[in-house]
Design a protein around this ligand. Structure first.
Ligand SMILES: [Fe+2]
Ligand SMILES: [Fe+2]
Length: 128
């Protein structure tokens, strides 16, 4: 049971970290003068923290033979593809596309949390 508790703790911390970086990114994008360096840094931090979190979650799923791993991973990959699209748009100066990044990503992440992460947590909790 120890591994499940470790998962729950770090999972919640990961989610909070991602949320905090995303909120900062949202504020930066809504600010008066756009600080491109800070936005680029926040985008990289968001990408790194999401990749770390997703791979961590998927490793625990494999470890516990979670039957919905395939669909869960597909949702992670979809979220990463949205982020990559926004990073590309920002890199070529399409700020208008980047502006609604965080609200859109947050909505997708919230749905993921409610449907996929909650299902995985329920699966872990009923393991002997
Ligand atoms: Fe997940
Ligand atoms: Fe998660």
């Amino acid at each position: 049971m120890a591994s499940i508790q470790v998962y729950e703790t770090s999972n919640e911390e990961d989610h909070k970290t991602i949320e905090a970086i995303g909120s900062e990114l949202g504020q930066l994008l809504n600010g008066q003068a756009l600080d491109r360096n800070r936005v680029a840094y926040a985008l990289n931090m968001l990408k790194a923290s999401m990749l770390l979190h997703f791979s961590h979650e998927e490793a625990i799923m494999k470890q516990h033979n979670y039957p919905n791993l395939f669909h869960h991973k597909r949702s992670h990959d979809y979220i990463m593809s949205i982020l990559s699209e926004f990073i590309s748009a920002f890199a070529v100066g399409r700020e208008s596309t980047t502006a609604d990044l965080w609200p859109h990503l947050k909505k997708t992440l919230d749905t993921h949390l409610l449907r996929y992460d909650a299902d995985f947590a329920a699966y872990l909790s009923q393991l002997p």
